[in-house]
Design a protein around this ligand. Structure first.
Ligand code: SF4
Ligand code: SF4
Length: 423
């Protein structure tokens, strides 16, 4: 389908002319993935690597808004805000949509762009359209089950694990239906295909023909980057001849994207000329406390005397509960913690006791309670200093030297994959 979306003229990935004029910014808010591709091994904190899926830090949706405000001061001509991993934008769709909503409220004129493996995209096509996300990329590597079974080790969908041919069937069905549904909503779709020698290199024209018929606007062939500790690590990179031949085949059926820069999940700036200050900025914003959630307006503090944050979570028998008022902060009550010594149950009960709190401010905490509390949306901020300063940090997003670490939204160990398919 001809790309008739006028916005594409200012989208650096969808229009070659726009590449030299407009910048794009990725917000790394999607750390998890719901499939495992044979070419993928995500690594964090790897600023030297420049390929999709790699990012130095993960942002929460609120942090991503603050980051966009800051990066907009440094980069002119940002036309597009994209989510390209480092996992999949629909593995945790609520984070993706919250980030878009927050940013769209303040930057209504930007183009919003999403990239996905297509597994869990279909249920969200209506929401994507309602939010006026105009550009979506799906990675489709083949339309043949035996090939897909080689590429996808597993896929997790609706809490069920699929492997082998079952995973291949699922991916094929979901990707195809998602593409059709997006096109039906007039959303401009790019297809990324990872060119994998000996796996799908003879199927590129077939992919181009089918996606062209289904209404995709353009196709991007991404030559495999053999990556350590992946199933395809021993494969050769596609030769220049193979890449040229593939594009020739694509051109017969659909407009090829020939100016891909294989962007990182936290890339910012002009395609091919990333602003490296952005990585540092993202790190800063990732460490920043995020605003208190309006549905959980209180903050719990572990303190001996009610002035300093000086108690560890494990030793706190009670918490001071604060709320924000028009003139400052008010101590609402002293609330008792569940009894010690009952293992995980203690933290589960603590989460129930503090279910109206967005944050717990403590002077020290172990990994286990942080993980359990984070899962129910309670962030633990480890810091020293005055309670007043801690409250300023979480209610107003102020940066503090005394903050040791903040935990909400940090990527956990459950991630797997490197989003090589986006670009
Ligand atoms: S490339 Fe990595 S992050 Fe992307 S879909 Fe595959 S496994 Fe997930
Ligand atoms: S790299 Fe992908 S997600 Fe990022 S702006 Fe371009 S098309 Fe959109």
């Amino acid at each position: 389908m001809e790309n008739t979306n006028p916005l594409s003229k200012t989208h650096p990935c969808f229009d070659k002319e726009a590449k030299g004029k407009y910048a794009r910014v990725h917000i790394p808010v999607a750390p998890k993935c719901n499939v495992q591709c044979g070419y993928c091994n995500r690594k964090y904190d790897c600023v030297n690597e420049s390929r999709p899926g790699v990012t130095s830090s993960i942002l929460t949706p609120q942090q991503s808004l603050q980051y966009i405000k800051a990066i907009s001061q440094k980069i002119d001509n940002i036309s597009t805000i994209g989510i390209a991993g480092p996992g999949d934008a629909f593995a945790e769709p609520e984070k993706t949509f919250e980030a878009i909503r927050l940013i769209k409220d303040e930057f209504p004129d930007k183009i919003f762009c999403l990239s996905s493996n297509g597994l869990n995209l279909l249920p969200y096509v209506d929401q994507i359209a309602e939010l006026d996300v105009t550009h979506v990329t799906i990675t489709i590597n083949s339309f043949r089950l035996e090939t897909l079974a080689k590429i996808y080790n597993w896929a997790r969908f609706n809490k069920k694990m699929y492997r082998g041919i079952a995973a291949a069937e699922l991916m094929l069905e979901q990707q195809t239906e998602a593409l059709k549904a997006l096109v039906a909503k007039n959303i401009t779709v790019k297809i990324n295909t990872v060119l994998i020698p000996g796996v799908n290199d003879t199927e590129i024209e077939e992919v181009a023909q089918i996606i062209g018929e289904l209404g995709a606007a353009t196709m991007n062939c991404i030559p495999l980057i053999p990556t350590e500790d992946t199933e395809f690590s021993d494969l050769e990179k596609p030769s220049s001849q193979l890449v040229r031949d593939s594009y020739r085949a694509v051109r017969k059926h659909i407009k090829p994207m020939t100016h891909c820069s294989r962007c990182r999940a936290d890339a910012a700036g002009m395609l091919g000329n990333d602003n490296i200050d952005a990585y540092k900025l993202i790190e800063e914003y990732a460490a920043m406390p995020t605003a208190v959630d309006k549905t959980k307006p209180h903050v719990a503090v572990a303190s001996y005397e009610g002035l300093m944050i000086n108690k560890h979570l494990g030793e706190a028998t009670d918490f001071l509960i604060y709320k924000q008022t028009e003139t400052g902060y008010e101590l609402v009550e002293r609330r008792f913690a569940p009894a010690k010594g009952s293992g995980d149950l203690r933290w589960i009960n603590l989460a129930k006791t503090l279910n109206d709190c967005s944050y717990i401010l403590v002077n020290g905490v172990g990994a286990k309670p942080v993980d359990l509390l984070q899962k129910v949306g309670i962030a633990v901020l480890e810091m020293s200093g005055l309670i007043e300063d801690g409250l300023e940090a979480v209610y107003k997003g102020k940066k503090l030297k005394s903050v040791l670490k903040t935990t909400l939204g940090k990527c956990g160990s459950g991630c797997g994959g490197n989003a090589m398919g986006c670009g």
